[in-house]
Design a protein around this ligand. Structure first.
Ligand code: SAH
Length: 218
């Protein structure tokens, strides 16, 4: 029992330290910082990695994929705030950490994952943790999720070589898309806003490093 309590204490301390680091790195939204502090990231990685869950680093989740670095999750979430968030689409659900952070701010999160075992595990995890506003689809996120669009916001956690047109189409007017784009060695994080029916504005943010967005299913 003591051992169990010990883990709890460590994880509270390490969560506070993580949030402090994110503040120093420029995350300012208090609700986002609170979401990071209160979301049990250790439940989204294998038990063997749980002790490292509150480090500001990406960690392996199997199938050659990773759980994103908390800083990038916080930053991307922050970029989507400001307008209505009734429907949010996430491409590249992986273990679901970003999905549950989004679920704190969105009425409904729609999350697509192209690796079947990850999608299955994620559905189980969401049920166990009792999140009621996340739907997971096993499919190719390059296609978006047209049946449920258009979306107030779209977040991609994998990097295509260029912005998939289907994602642009499925944005509401005024909606925002945050997406890493690039290939071999260099990716930029883009914030794209749909200004009207035909026009989009694009802002280039940090250089980032995501797993590639692959087409098709696995
Ligand atoms: N959102 C996760 C990050 C997962 S890593 C987190 O919170 O940490 C990125 C994920 O994108 C991987 O699971 C990968 O399988 C998935 N992916 C890559 N290309 C995809 C595509 N075309 N459609 C859906 N998912 C994709």
């Amino acid at each position: 029992m003591n051992e169990h309590r010990g883990i709890g204490l460590t994880s509270e301390r390490t969560r506070i330290r993580l949030v402090k680091q994110l503040k120093e790195m420029g995350v300012i939204n208090l609700d986002v910082l609170d979401a990071i502090q209160t979301t049990p990231r250790h439940l989204f990685v294998d038990e063997g990695l749980a002790s490292r869950a509150y480090e500001n680093t990406a960690l392996p989740i199997g199938h050659g994929q990773t759980i994103s670095q908390p800083y990038i999750v916080a930053k991307m979430t922050e970029l989507l705030l400001g307008g209505p968030l009734d429907k949010v689409l996430e491409i590249g659900a992986g273990c679901g950490y970003q999905s549950v952070i989004l679920a704190r701010f969105a009425k409904q999160v729609y999350s697509v994952e192209r690796i079947s075992p990850l999608a299955i595990k994620l559905r189980e995890r969401i049920q166990q943790l009792r999140y009621r506003n996340i739907l997971v689809k096993y499919g190719d996120g390059m296609q978006g999720w047209p049946e449920n669009g258009p979306f107030d916001a779209i977040l991609a956690a994998a990097a295509p070589e260029s912005v998939p047109p289907k994602l642009l189409e499925q944005l509401k007017i005024g909606g925002r898309l945050v997406i890493p784009v690039g290939g071999d060695g260099h990716q930029d994080l883009l914030l794209i806003t749909r200004e009207d029916e035909d026009n989009y504005s694009e802002k280039k943010l940090d250089a980032v490093s995501f797993v590639p967005m692959k087409s098709g299913m696995n």
